[in-house]
Design a protein around this ligand. Structure first.
Ligand code: BGC
Length: 775
């Protein structure tokens, strides 16, 4: 019903997906018209929980219901609802909204988001029934490593209130209280890591009392972000019988969501669907990289005609499924995979003359889709799926090019600040479920980098205001842990997963962790200065500027030689020093040439990890080595961005060599095939290939500056900024460079036009409108 209302942006994205992936059918979503963004209420309802002894082994889902009478003609009805655990609500048998895994994940011990739904169409005159199902979810289900249970609490509970306004102006509020009933039904167990079991033989029986639950000590807040909804659907492209004899379906795309199944069988037949991202070298189903996550749906049939199954309170990262328990060979028609992710509107498109780069863009976007589900997660499949701060920090700018992530990050950043320790250390993951583990360089900097990036992209000062204290606290933490302005304490992840040579003689690609820490200390301090300037905090500007000088001095004394060589002498060490202006102006070009020689020493390969990679090509471009940047980008042997694509990747891999050239796996322990961090190159592609850059916060001033290279002959890209859509399309033909640009009303642009050789750059200042240039 509601899903037929597809917004134009979503439709466009769907069309784009159709073009770029023949197997994607159609984007199922459409921002849910029933979802009322950020709408607050005054709570009168009570938290309620089941009033019967729980099966504490299996934790079956809990069902709640309330019958109520609606006496007049309904003008407007709104349901405000949330839970400790995950909820799904129905009114008169119809689903409320099209969001899944609600209320989403926040730092539950401090705040829980609630949703407001417009349910005017669902409430009828006379007898009505409001029903809510709860699952363990992130609140108390098997979560992260070691399938930790009960992290936020041991009992599920629900709070909701239905606010009905009648046409005669009368108002009525139905609240959760002890008049509700509770009971059990078909969902027999569910957890984020392990999957879900549904038994169609279990009828819903909601006839037991409820109890008023303990009050919630945290804050209930309206939802600012975008709930997760259904998007693209996929049909299997292949039915495989593996060498081991397993029945496997291939959906052609590594995605996050689940499979919807139609099935016929006998009563008691048990069907299991196991999920995997890859097959192994021999072509067998491979799940070792999921570690402790069982990632399995189990369905028990009633045996009366066609039955439909899909899970409710779990999700999977997969491209392949293994199916067991069918009486016949699987019929692809019966299986539909659906992608589930935050309902963010697409904001950017990118396409160029090199198909491998287009595939890279596709993989970056799918990495984002799969990992933007309420919280920006590292990966969506194994027993982890956590809001790793470092990953989010490196990817934030690319994320904003692809989708509107303003509120996604705004909401999550509140939790970053709430989970931040008293001493200012930012936790490794947010929501923090690692007991306060915190303080790594490059991870804690999420507290400064994301607010500043969001301000740059959306021109929204509010996020700077919102996060300012947290930004300062993080810098304060680094200062506290410094000696003579050198941050030389603590344990750090360093340039995570940087290159290791297969023969293990690659130790010269490892960058000293404290050297990296000093660079991020400087960067975050710079961002606090920037924010202080925007917010008019002059004293802070002075204080942090003096500190920054000392941090950089200390860095140069400790880590550089007189001529600008850096102690670690790795690609990442030069990249970070140059990106964050750690060196004296006069030494920078020499350092950039050391960087280039370090790239050549590896035969034009990168050796950078999570922290160096995002800035690598930016630094090369800035210091006049765009040619080298293109060469790296187009490199297709390990380590490189295109190597995984050559190996069949449909998302970004966690490791440069997740699958080795001989088809074997790098490791079983930590080998995700859907990890967006290295996708941070997307930002460079938009900025330097397409040439779309923000010249001022929120793109009031746009810079269009494509850097030609890599043999590319055309590029078409667009980006929806706060003023509207920017479109750039350039090509080289018959020795001529031509560029078409559209600048939205409210923005102006400076266009830099190279000739077909990339030289003789001309500069044009333009206002809103459509333009055609040639040079
Ligand atoms: C995660 C990363 C994360 C890292 C910290 C891993 O387990 O998957 O992406 O940033 O730990 O080093």
């Amino acid at each position: 019903m509601r899903s037929s209302l597809i917004k134009p942006g979503v439709l466009l994205a769907a069309i784009f997906m159709l073009v770029s992936n023949a197997f994607a059918q159609k984007d199922q979503s459409g921002a849910d018209p029933a979802f009322l963004h950020n709408l607050a209420t005054k709570w009168q309802a009570h938290w309620i929980q089941i009033g019967y002894p729980e099966d504490s082994l299996n934790h079956p889902s809990q069902y709640f219901s309330k019958q109520f009478d609606s006496s007049g003609k309904v003008k407007q009805a709104r349901l405000f609802i949330t839970s400790r655990g995950l909820y799904e609500a129905q009114i008169n048998g119809k689903r409320v909204g099209n969001a899944y895994l609600t209320p989403g994940w926040t730092s539950y011990n401090k705040r829980i988001a609630y949703q407001a739904w417009d349910v005017t169409d669902l409430v009828k005159k006379g007898d009505n029934i409001l029903q809510v199902t709860l699952g363990d979810g992130w609140y108390r289900g098997a979560l992260a490593f070691e399938n930790r249970r009960n992290y936020f609490g041991t009992k599920l509970s629900l709070i909701c209130q239905l606010e009905v306004t009648y046409t005669n102006g009368r108002k009525e509020i139905i609240i959760s209280d002890d008049s509700w009933k509770s009971g059990e039904g078909p969902i027999r167990q569910s957890s984020i890591n392990n999957g879900e079991t549904i038994d169609h033989n279990r009828v819903m029986q909601i006839d037991k009392p409820v109890r008023i639950a303990d009050d919630y000590a945290g804050k209930l807040v309206p939802t600012e972000s975008y709930p997760a909804t259904k998007h693209e659907v996929f049909k299997p492209i292949k039915v495989i019988t593996t060498p081991k004899g397993e029945k496997v379906l291939d959906f052609g795309q590594n995605l996050v969501g689940w499979v919807m199944l139609k099935v016929k069988g006998k009563q008691g037949d048990t069907i299991t669907i196991q999920h995997a991202e890859v097959l192994d070298k021999a072509g067998n189903f491979y799940i070792a990289n999921l570690r402790g996550a069982q990632a399995k749906s189990t369905y028990i049939l009633k045996g009366q005609g066609e039955e439909f199954f899909e899970p409710h309170f779990t999700y999977f990262g997969f491209r392949y499924i293994q199916i067991k328990g069918l009486r016949a060979d699987p019929d692809p028609e019966d299986f539909t995979a659906v992608a589930i992710y935050a309902d963010m509107q697409p904001s950017g498109t990118f396409e160029c003359s090199n198909p491998m780069l287009n595939k890279l863009q596709h993989n970056i976007q799918w990495g984002q889709k799969g990992n933007f589900l309420y919280v920006p997660t590292d990966c969506p499949q194994r027993d982890e799926r956590l809001g790793w701060t470092g990953d989010a920090q490196v990817f934030a700018h690319t994320a904003a090019y692809n989708f509107d992530v303003q509120y996604f990050f705004k909401q999550w950043m509140v939790d970053v600040a709430l989970d931040q320790r008293k001493d200012g250390a930012v936790t490794f993951v947010v929501p923090d479920i690692l007991d306060g583990a915190a303080g790594s360089a490059g991870w804690g900097d999420v507290s400064t980098v994301v607010p500043w990036t969001m301000y740059q992209v959306y021109g929204d000062k509010e996020i700077l205001q919102q996060q300012y204290e947290s930004m300062k606290k993080w810098v304060g933490f680094m200062t506290q842990n410094s000696t003579n302005d050198l941050w030389n304490k603590g344990d750090h992840f360093g340039d995570w997963l940087s290159y290791h040579s297969p023969t293990d003689d690659g130790s010269d690609a490892i960058t000293d962790k404290y050297e990296i820490a000093q660079c991020f200390y400087a960067y975050s301090t710079q961002l606090v200065i920037n924010a202080a300037r925007v917010l008019g905090k002059t004293e802070d500007v002075n204080y942090y500027s003096a500190l920054l000088n000392r941090i950089k001095d200390a860095y140069r004394k400790e880590y550089t030689t007189y001529s600008g060589r850096i102690l670690s002498n790795t690609q990442s060490s030069y990249v970070l020093a140059l990106q964050f202006d750690m060196l004296l102006e006069k030494d920078r070009p020499t350092a950039a040439s050391y960087l280039v020689s370090k790239i050549r020493a590896y035969d034009h390969h990168l050796t950078t990890g999570f922290l160096g990679t995002p800035y690598l090509c930016h630094v090369l471009s800035r210091f006049g080595h765009t040619k080298e940047a293109y060469r790296l980008l187009l490199q297709d042997t390990y380590p490189s961005w295109l190597y995984p694509i050559k190996m069949g990747a449909t998302t970004i891999w966690e490791r440069w060599d997740g699958i080795k050239p001989d088809g074997s796996f790098q490791t079983t322990a930590m080998n995700s095939f859907n990890h967006y961090a290295y996708g941070a190159i997307g930002d460079w592609m938009y900025q330097h290939i397409a040439g779309i850059q923000a010249g001022s916060p929120g793109y009031k001033q746009v810079i269009i500056r494509p850097d030609l290279g890599g043999g590319l002959t055309w590029c078409k890209a667009s980006y929806i900024c706060p003023q509207g859509k920017i479109i750039v399309s350039w090509k080289i033909a018959d020795g001529k460079f031509t560029l078409d640009a559209t600048i939205p009303k409210g923005s102006a642009a400076v266009v830099y036009l190279p000739d077909a050789e990339g030289k003789n750059i001309q500069q044009k200042n333009i206002s809103a409108g459509n333009y055609h240039f040639s040079n």
